[in-house]
Design a protein around this ligand. Structure first.
Ligand SMILES: *[C@@H]1O[C@H](CO)[C@@H](O)[C@H](O)[C@H]1NC(C)=O
Ligand SMILES: *[C@@H]1O[C@H](CO)[C@@H](O)[C@H](O)[C@H]1NC(C)=O
Ligand SMILES: *[C@@H]1O[C@H](CO)[C@@H](O)[C@H](O)[C@H]1NC(C)=O
Ligand SMILES: *[C@@H]1O[C@H](CO)[C@@H](O)[C@H](O)[C@H]1NC(C)=O
Length: 682
């Protein structure tokens, strides 16, 4: 009766698909044996204590703009262990201190908190060997104090990967074997005294002098006062090198029990064992899973630039993509089936129960909620409209599950109608949902997962290889794809007050070939009207700001912001709720055009590889035309797509002819005074 069980599960108010910050801290608190009274402020019982960052702030919690950035939990006489699953809920946490408590057990697996800058565990009772690769991902770590514990085994060589280390304190433990040659150029403060280290002091650490190594009787050679090291021929070799470098199978099993019964990447196996177990596993699994670096769990998109990216990437990366099979779709409206519980359950037939996953994309393989529940899951982040999870199902199919907030405008039948309409959309630049789950208090939407994530993140985030790939041809291709997808949406969703309503680079995902996929459209019909102005970007258009009115032209405005963002590489201040931070790309472009210095606006990343061209300037002017204050002066989405098509054709023709200035008049839409003539009425 697994079905009945799941039905029960789904009728509960919360599946605990996502943990709030408060939940995660309470999970951490529950791993301490004596958290009271020192952590009595960690409590969600009263309305003003339910958010850790709200005042009065929870003890020891460091926040910045509502994001938890650190935990300072020293000197609290805490005993027990550290629930690392709970801590991984805060992947962007920067500092953690538990100094001078009585915490015990093996060192928690901090390797997943790869934004960590300082970690203080001094004066506790942590013991056992440290996993040899623990530090290989912690390249932001500056301060590591683990002195005065009971650690044993080798000093991990992976410390040499923590290239930012300034302070490393491992004294007063039981570390043994040779001290690895760490080669940390920035290291300023180091102490390895009172351990059981042996052999020569590595050259890279001699500079710290004998007092950094005292109390290790078997160390030899400079700077130790004792005899020189024995010549290595007969080598009493205290610990063979391999033992330092080899992975430590002895270490990992010891760590396992601590990792909550091996629940690692959220494998839920006990779905039929019992409701309680399922709930617990869900809670742990979703909290445990590794998240991408720098995702944070903002509840709103306020404030800082970086925070906004993090949030946005989480919120949308999520939703994703044209994966194999997508392209071949046809407009098929037949055969929408309900899968999941209703099929087998006693009351099933009519499928009127909410406990189902309704497939809306008839071209795709069906899966049920049980499949989803059994899959490995990864929290991708939270945004203004919901939280998102990546789930890999049994067959390896990766999906993104968005748990939507603020979508209670429609009843089930109307919601179903909207989702089916979206499910029939078929365009290479539009992300089509696969399935949904609807209950009054829970709405999940399932999409394919797109691995590259959001354009917002690739433009402004880590500046990795994907960012480097954003040269002029690639950016033009992205702009063109978005324009095509938007024109399609404007044709298909023509009856909507604003067809997309939430276009921004956070809602544009990139396929492996950098083809854009537009997500999060059509929400105007679903979202609660009172929150729409705060959660939908189209309400940032001038007409919405001044007249509280949105129209398809509001989408055109949003497209213009996106275009300018892509061309300038600047983070638009329009994305922020306050006026601090970002660049007002609209104003900046308008004034540059009137001064005839458009070329200066082009992202230097583009112009480093390609001198500014007429087509770049023309594209910039399309962006300017789209962001005109008056909606009537903006072109229609269809016209915008045509303009971008023409520019693309000019670029293609130009590169073929190695010159191509003759194409300029062909488009004929850019006036010499810098304004776009087409569609302009003033
Ligand atoms: C909650 O806030 C109110 C007013 O801000 C205050 O009077 C009350 O003491 C607070 N309650 C707790 C438990 O802190
Ligand atoms: C360690 O914490 C205890 C409280 O648990 C406190 O009394 C003591 O002073 C602290 N020691 C140091 C060195 O900070
Ligand atoms: C620390 O906690 C232990 C019990 O967990 C208690 O016996 C001891 O008195 C506490 N010490 C301080 C300084 O609070
Ligand atoms: C290293 O730590 C030991 C013991 O805590 C101390 O005696 C010694 O002075 C320290 N040396 C340095 C260089 O910090």
């Amino acid at each position: 009766m697994a079905a009945v069980l799941l039905l029960l599960l789904l009728s509960l108010p919360s599946i605990s698909l996502s943990l709030t910050d408060a939940d995660a801290l309470l999970l951490l608190k529950s791993s301490f044996q004596n958290p009271e009274p020192s952590l009595s402020s960690w409590f969600t019982g009263s309305p003003n204590s339910s958010s850790p960052c709200a005042l009065p702030r929870w003890t020891g919690v460091l926040c910045f703009n509502g994001i938890i950035t650190g935990l300072r939990l020293g000197h609290l006489n805490l005993t027990g262990t550290i629930n690392i699953q709970a801590l991984t809920h805060f992947p962007s946490i920067r500092s953690i201190s538990f100094v001078n408590n009585s915490l015990s057990g093996p060192i928690p697996d901090f390797s997943r908190l790869d934004a960590l800058k300082s970690l203080y565990l001094s004066h506790n009772r942590f013991s056992g060997p440290i996993p040899l690769n623990l530090f290989s991902t912690l390249d932001h770590l500056k301060k590591l104090w683990i002195n005065d514990n009971d650690f044993s085994g080798p000093v991990p060589f992976s410390l040499s990967k923590a290239k930012s280390l300034l302070e490393l304190h491992i004294e007063d433990n039981g570390f043994s074997g040779e001290m690895p040659d760490l080669k940390l150029p920035l290291l300023q403060s180091f102490n390895a005294s009172n351990n059981e280290l042996s052999g020569p002091v590595p050259v890279s650490l001699v500079r710290f002098g004998g007092s950094a190594f005292e109390g290790n009787e078997r160390l030899c050679g400079p700077p130790m006062p004792g005899p020189a090291c024995p010549v290595p021929t007969p080598a009493p070799a205290p610990v063979p090198k391999e033992e330092i470098i080899a992975p430590a199978p002895k270490v990992m099993p010891k760590l396992r029990p601590f990792v909550s019964g091996g629940v690692n990447r959220g494998h839920f196996v006990g779905i039929v064992v019992g409701l309680v177990l399922v709930l617990v596993l869900l809670a742990i699994g979703f909290a445990a899973v590794k998240r991408r670096r720098k995702f944070s769990d903002l509840e709103s998109a306020g404030g800082r630039k970086a925070a906004a990216f993090d949030m946005e990437k989480g919120a949308v990366t999520v939703v994703a993509a044209a994966s194999p099979g997508h392209d071949g779709n046809e407009h098929g409206s037949s055969g929408h089936k309900r899968y999941g519980l209703a099929r087998g359950s006693a009351g099933g037939g009519g499928g009127s129960s909410g406990a189902v996953l309704v497939m809306v994309n008839s071209q795709r393989e069906a899966f049920g909620l049980p499949d989803l529940m059994k899959s490995a899951a990864e929290v991708l982040g939270n945004g203004t409209l919901g939280s998102a999870y990546k789930a890999i199902m049994a067959g390896g199919h990766a999906v993104a599950v968005k748990r939507m907030r603020e979508l209670s405008r429609l009843n089930k039948e109307l919601f179903d109608g909207e989702m089916r309409r979206f499910g029939r959309l078929n365009h290479p630049n539009v992300l089509t949902p696969l399935a949904y789950h609807f209950r009054k208090e829970e709405k999940l939407i399932v999409y394919d997962y797109v691995p590259k994530g959001s354009l917002l993140y690739i433009l402004h985030g880590d500046r990795g290889a994907d960012h480097a790939a954003l040269d002029w041809p690639t950016r033009l291709k992205i702009v063109l794809g978005i324009a095509r997808g938007m024109a399609y949406l404007h044709a298909e969703l023509v009856s909507y007050e604003v067809p997309h309503g939430n276009l921004k680079t956070a809602n544009v995902l990139l396929s492996p070939t950098f083809d854009p996929l537009i997500a999060d459209y059509g929400l105007i019909a679903l979202v609660n009207p009172d929150v729409a102005p705060t959660v939908l970007f189209s309400f940032k258009s001038p007409e919405a700001q001044h007249l509280r009115h949105v129209s398809p032209k509001s989408d055109v405005f949003c497209f213009g912001v996106v275009l300018l963002e892509i061309l300038t590489g600047k983070f638009p201040s329009q994305y922020l709720n306050n006026t601090k931070g970002g660049t007002d790309v609209v104003q900046w472009t308008a004034s540059a055009i009137s001064d005839h210095r458009e070329a200066e606006l082009i992202d230097p990343v583009i112009t480093a590889k390609a001198a500014p061209t007429m087509e770049m300037v023309r594209l910039l002017r399309v962006g300017a035309a789209c962001t005109q204050v008056s909606p009537d002066e903006r072109p229609e989405m269809k016209e915008v797509a045509e303009l971008v098509e023409e520019i693309t054709a000019a670029v293609a023709g130009g590169s073929a002819e190695a010159g191509g200035s003759g194409r300029e008049e062909a488009a004929g839409s850019v006036g010499t005074d810098g304004s776009l003539q087409a569609g302009s009425s003033s």
